[in-house]
Design a protein around this ligand. Structure first.
Ligand SMILES: [Zn+2]
Length: 441
């Protein structure tokens, strides 16, 4: 069947990128082996429609096939999806035999990743779900920060073929990986450098379905930070480690929003703009557009979800070891989040708003331990687990491969120097390698 070829995912490394410097990376031709025979379908005429708002799928087919045939077609459709759930704008292709314009089939693009193919056969309609073929490539990029990291990545000439959304996505990945080492909104300096290898799943139209950083390096004020992807269980739930195999993660995300500005810090006394009194601010405020995703900062259980006059819509989550976090002034809760829900670190729980005592859209975030408020920005957060000792051998192999990827990209210098230092134990408690004298910038 021809769709078998569509489903198989080819996997090859494409050096998608030259770099800022002149060193050009060689492009390895993919080894595709012997190709399967392809059945060439007879010539056909395809007419493509886009479902208008208020228009039903049946409405679109009126006059094309009889009501009886529509019923049979919808029955085949329902084997895979609900025809009632089709959004306006859904692309529908009617395929006709070219010699007599007999309708042979209907393709419905359900999502960017799935097309429902309906085929007209002598005994009725048959349906088949076709996965959009994707290929996996690896993107290499490096750069120096002239103003802010965001500009450096967004304007990197190597990344201009990515959509704006995908570039933004990349910055979110970098921010998520390095959040515990470097505060992107405060600590990034002019002259800092970055380089990374990013594995992408790409659709034929060039859009990115998913991606993850394989290895990344950020040199901030002369200190190099590394994050290497490693999946100890091999089940996709891997994590990032520094060159010494220490986790770069902490039990809590530093902030419940991706890459946002802090507008008010934790203090014991400040003037409240609405209450017009001096009172302590027992949390951190993050300015963000209304509707921005709010994430749980750690795994836990929702113990409060409701409205009150000062916090507005707020959620409280109980975490292990006596920690509780609170998220306030939300516009809305994410559907399905109720008291008793178990949430994961990074899971979206609601959206930024200005409910309760708030002058504008922002997130008020609090962290408590044993009932006492703590400053989330200065609390010493428990570290994630290092690479398990039984996986050290595989870790060394895989880290070697990913470090080699990084080293093909012009940047701060050979990563191996840092590996040697990390193994010699000349690292700080956080596991960061110290800058070799004169080695950088
Ligand atoms: Zn606040």
């Amino acid at each position: 069947m021809s769709s078998g070829a569509l489903r198989s995912r080819s996997r090859w490394a494409v050096v998608a990128v030259a770099t800022l410097a002149s060193a050009a990376c060689a492009v390895e031709p993919p080894d595709v082996g012997r190709l399967d025979r392809v059945y060439a379908p007879p010539a056909e005429i395809v007419r493509i429609y886009s479902l208008r708002s208020g228009q039903t799928f049946g409405g679109l087919l009126d006059g094309v096939i009889t009501a009886n045939e529509q019923a049979a077609l919808l029955m085949a459709f329902r084997e895979h999806a609900s025809p009632r759930r089709m959004r306006s704008g859904t692309e529908i292709s009617l395929r006709y035999r070219s010699e007599d314009e007999y309708l042979r089939g209907v393709d419905v693009a359900l999502t960017p990743d799935e097309t429902l193919r309906l085929s007209r056969e002598p005994l009725g309609w048959r349906s088949e779900l076709i996965e959009t073929p994707i290929y996996i490539d690896t993107l290499f990029a490096s750069g120096e920060i002239e103003t802010v990291l965001w500009n450096a990545v967004v304007r990197n000439p190597v990344l201009t073929e990515l959509t704006y959304e995908d570039r933004n996505n990349l910055i979110d990945h970098l921010d998520r990986v390095f959040q515990w080492q470097v505060d992107f909104s405060r600590q990034i300096r002019v002259g800092d450098t970055y380089r990374f290898a990013f594995e992408r799943e790409v659709r034929p139209d060039g859009s990115m379905r998913a991606g993850k950083l394989l290895a990344a390096e950020l040199v901030n004020s002369g200190t190099a930070y590394h994050a290497i992807w490693f999946d100890p269980n091999g089940d996709g739930s891997g994590s990032y480690y520094d060159l010494a195999g220490e986790s770069v993660r902490r039990a809590f995300l530093l902030k419940p929003l991706a890459y946002r500005r802090i507008s008010s810090r934790f203090t014991n006394s400040r003037y409240h703009p609405i209450l017009r009194t001096w009172r302590s601010h027992r949390g951190v405020d993050y300015a963000a557009d209304a509707g921005t995703d709010i994430m749980a900062t750690s795994d836990g259980v929702v113990i409060h979800r409701g409205f009150d006059s000062s916090y507005g819509n707020s959620i409280q989550i109980r975490h292990p070891n006596g920690f509780v976090t609170r998220y306030a002034h939300m516009r809305a809760f994410r559907g399905g989040i109720v008291v008793g829900s178990r949430v994961k670190q990074g899971e979206v729980i609601g959206y930024v708003g200005a409910t309760g005592l708030a002058t504008g859209p922002h997130l008020h975030y609090e962290m408590l331990r044993g009932g006492r408020h703590m400053d989330p920005l200065s609390v010493d957060l428990p570290a994630g687990d290092p690479v398990p000792s039984e996986d050290r051998g595989r870790w060394r192999d895989e880290m070697g491969v990913r470090v080699a990827l990084l080293e093909t990209i012009p940047g701060a210098g050979p990563v191996r120097d840092f590996v040697a230092q990390a193994e010699a134990g000349t690292t700080t408690r956080e596991g960061r390698a110290e800058t070799p004298s004169g080695g950088l910038q």
